[in-house]
Design a binder for this molecule. Structure first.
Ligand code: CU
Length: 79
């Protein structure tokens, strides 16, 4: 969930290869983009839109941000 320019929860734990659904409740566009090598990247999620991405197959801690608002940050833990 993205609301008020914040990822909620900012820290999410999932199994490898999980399909993660992202709901953008803001009117502004956002992205969910892995910091390292863009191992996942939703591209622009327009305001009010929902999209999905697939978590990496390799366990680890993946930081991500919104490329449009780089102060928006979170971590996806694959375990
Ligand atoms: Cu954003």
């Amino acid at each position: 969930m993205i609301e008020n320019f914040t990822f909620s929860p900012a820290n999410l734990k999932v199994r490898p290869g999980t399909k993660v659904t992202v709901v953008n409740r803001d009117s502004a566009a956002h992205t969910v983009t892995a910091t390292r090598d863009k191992v996942f990247d939703t591209g622009n999620i327009t305001g009010g839109a929902t999209t999905t991405f697939t978590a990496p197959p390799t366990p680890g801690s993946y930081s991500y941000l919104c490329t449009l608002h780089p102060n928006m940050k979170g971590t996806l833990t694959v375990t």
